[in-house]
Design a protein around this ligand. Structure first.
Ligand code: RP5
Length: 162
């Protein structure tokens, strides 16, 4: 079985419809990943163990999505040197701006690469993970180049009324 190099983690089952966009693009690019619920608040021991073992388990990128007081990506970045890509999940109360600021405003020393709020951010997180892996994996690089070319080719030259 192929080595899993990308970990997708999220604070709650309710984050999955958003985070699935990251999983879907990794599936499309044929990149193995694991998806886990790891909450900074509700399962802090799980977070600690995940971060502590990430390097030895061979993870090269962690995509972490959370909503509201979204400590998960930052806490994970504090526990492992594996690069963390943060996805702010949209919330009802503050539309995800709370999640965005929680993830984005890391103090010096522990960066989180923060994506846009919601599904677009999750999909871009998957693409960013692929781009990181592509630096050292020619097969993934080719698949990502092909995917980007296909996206460009799908964009019409001119707008239509249809
Ligand atoms: C966060 O609280 C999760 O990441 C989720 O976005 C939010 C709400 O969680 P649930 O109450 O839906 O489980 O920890």
């Amino acid at each position: 079985m192929a080595q899993v190099k990308v970990g997708i983690i999220m604070g709650s089952q309710s984050d999955w419809p958003t985070m699935k966009e990251a999983a879907d693009i990794l599936d499309e690019l044929n990149i193995p990943y694991e998806a886990k619920i790891v909450s900074a608040h509700r399962t802090p021991d799980r977070l600690w163990t995940y971060g502590k073992t990430a390097v030895e388990r061979g993870l090269q990128v962690i995509i972490a999505g959370a909503g509201g007081a979204a400590h998960l990506p930052g806490m994970m970045a504090s526990k492992t040197r594996v690069p963390v890509i943060g996805v702010p999940v949209q919330t009802k109360a503050l539309s995800g701006v709370d999640s965005l600021y929680s993830i984005l405003q890391m103090p010096r020393g522990f960066p989180v690469a923060t994506m846009a709020i919601g599904g677009a951010g999750a999909k871009n997180a998957g693409l960013m993970a692929a781009a990181i892996l592509a630096n050292t994996d020619a097969t993934i690089a080719q698949r990502l180049d092909d995917w980007r070319d296909a996206l460009s080719a799908s964009i019409p030259d001119e707008p239509s009324d249809d």
